[in-house]
Design a protein around this ligand. Structure first.
Ligand SMILES: Nc1ncnc2c1ncn2[C@@H]1O[C@H](COP(=O)(O)OP(=O)(O)O)[C@@H](O)[C@H]1O
Ligand SMILES: [Mg+2]
Length: 492
């Protein structure tokens, strides 16, 4: 089915979430919709799938005929089905019963026939779903498979997927993409929404880019990544000149330290970190870098050697002592370990100030929160609950919560899952801290990030720790080898 969107407008109060969007999507194509968080992608898709109505004057035209849809049930009657960004809650029901949801009211499915239909569809797409088992046992990827099957069974000719790759594994993503390509060959129209460049580049036959509610343009292969970034952000963003802010003053001294946990032993690590220096820790997950970082934070005890911070011996001291001496640790699990769900931004800022003994009333608290929100470019208000913010904004909030001054900032995956603009922003803030004399040690699984922002790199492999490697004298290939346990002769 051919889809035409004409002059689509949508206001939410003062927010103009879709501004005069016009888009033509040929039957059987895989159309990408790309844009950073808040660009208006989900709004546009909800309009096309009947969940919300566009402002008057907007038009949706299917195979040349204007249509009006008041609900998702209307939309599916026209052949439009949508997989949502936040998987709709599945009650604890059998897969088969879920599959039959949404069939027209008077239709009493014959269980045996339904089971046959289900199995035939599942087989066609290579989905290994048992119709008799329960939905709550499924992974996010399997729920997507089930939802795709359900929508096809209801007669979808247009399938909209809103950020479907967020919660699934790489293998599930590959499978999903293969399924979508197969559906497109059967002339199902696919609309694929994402803020991830690599996803749209590998899947879509054309990509529409939204920015701040507007359609800024469309691209076709061969895709040029820089062009996408320029369209998404309205300016050419580069990772910037590499600059070292390392000073001469010694911040952290690790003298022959040894560490142990249930799985790993790390022996004899020596390291001197200077003020303003950035050390990147590379390695497969669980190779010892997390244990090493926790030791630098006082969260894991050393079993040998000494840790000194600015000349003071902190060996064997607790996290609270490390913190008092100017070490802050931002763990990977933002909502579990670093932020407090249920509290709003203002409350977070007030709590973070309290150790300094400053008494803060509501008005002063709001003022403080507003200042920090502005300074850190956080999309949210003082009274926004922390869990309502996007990942990038939670990460900005965490940075805004770091105490001042700090000797050492420890970060686990500081930019994982964030769009490139947020990555650049977060590093600009960290580099400001470096300029003020804080040393930074961070873990990342993104080798480009490690190379771009580190002065020196430690590679971890099964508890082995490399000599510090000068980031300007190595590359992704070499780091990749070391991470995989190869080529260690010169670095061990
Ligand atoms: N139901 C709503 N009420 C108020 N504002 C909304 C609502 N849905 C979306 N918005 C706002 O519209 C803008 C676009 O949001 P959205 O379409 O979800 O963007 P995207 O999916 O590209 O991240 C944002 O500023 C968002 O806060
Ligand atoms: Mg969205």
């Amino acid at each position: 089915m051919h889809v035409e969107l004409k002059n689509i407008h949508k206001h939410f109060g003062k927010v103009h979430a879709n501004k005069d969007i016009c888009l033509n999507i040929p039957s059987g194509s895989i159309q990408g919709v790309l844009g950073e968080n808040g660009a208006g992608k989900s709004t546009l898709m909800k309009i096309l799938s009947g969940f919300i109505q566009a402002d008057t004057g907007s038009q949706i035209i299917l195979d040349g005929k204007p249509v009006v849809m008041h609900s998702p049930a209307d939309a599916i009657r026209y052949g439009i089905g949508m997989l949502h960004q936040d998987p709709l809650d599945f009650p604890p029901m059998r897969i088969l019963d879920n599959f039959l949801l949404g069939l027209p009211g008077k239709f009493f499915p014959n269980q045996k026939k339904a089971m046959q239909d289900f199995n035939a569809l599942a087989k066609e797409y290579g989905f290994a779903l048992d119709p008799e088992s329960y939905v709550d046992a499924l992974t996010v990827g399997e729920r997507q498979q089930l939802e795709i099957m359900r929508l096809l069974f209801l007669g979808a000719k247009i399938l909209i997927l809103d950020e479907p790759t967020t919660g699934i594994s790489a293998a599930q993503k590959e499978k999903l993409f293969a399924t979508l390509k197969k559906l497109a060959e059967q002339s199902i129209t696919i609309i694929f929404v994402s803020h991830k460049l690599e996803d749209v580049e590998s899947l879509c036959g054309q990509v529409a880019v939204l920015r701040a509610g507007e359609l800024v343009g469309e691209l076709k292969p061969p895709y040029v990544t820089a062009k996408f970034i320029e369209m998404m952000f309205g300016k050419a963003i580069t990772l910037g000149e590499k600059q070292s802010l390392a000073q001469t003053e010694l911040t952290l001294l690790l003298d022959n330290i040894a560490l142990e946990d249930a799985r790993l032993k790390i022996k004899g690590v020596n390291l001197e970190v200077r003020a303003g220096e950035v050390i990147g820790l590379a390695g497969m997950e669980g190779s010892g870098q997390d244990l090493f970082m926790r030791a630098c934070a006082g969260l894991a005890r050393t079993v040998g050697g000494r840790i000194q911070l600015k000349g003071q011996d902190l060996s064997g001291k607790s996290y609270h002592v490390f913190k008092r001496k100017g070490v802050n640790f931002l763990p990977a699990a933002r909502l579990e370990e670093a932020l407090v769900p249920g509290l709003n931004l203002m409350e977070h800022f007030i709590l973070a100030e309290r150790p300094a003994g400053i008494f803060i009333d509501q008005t002063a608290g709001e003022k403080l929160a507003e200042e920090r929100i502005r300074a850190f470019n956080i999309r949210g208000a003082p009274l926004s609950k922390i869990e309502s913010l996007s990942g990038g904004n939670q990460q900005r909030a965490e940075l805004a919560l770091l105490q001042t001054p700090l000797s050492l900032i420890l970060l686990e995956h500081p930019t994982r899952g964030l769009d490139i603009e947020s990555v650049i922003y977060i590093w600009s803030k960290l580099k400001e801290r470096c300029a003020q004399g804080s040393a930074v040690i961070f873990i990342s699984s993104d080798l480009d990030e490690i190379l771009q922002y580190s002065d020196r790199i430690l590679v971890f492999f099964a508890g082995q720790v490399s000599q510090p490697i000068d980031a300007s004298k190595t590359n992704v290939e070499q780091l990749g080898q070391l991470i995989g346990g190869k080529g260690w002769a010169n670095y061990a």
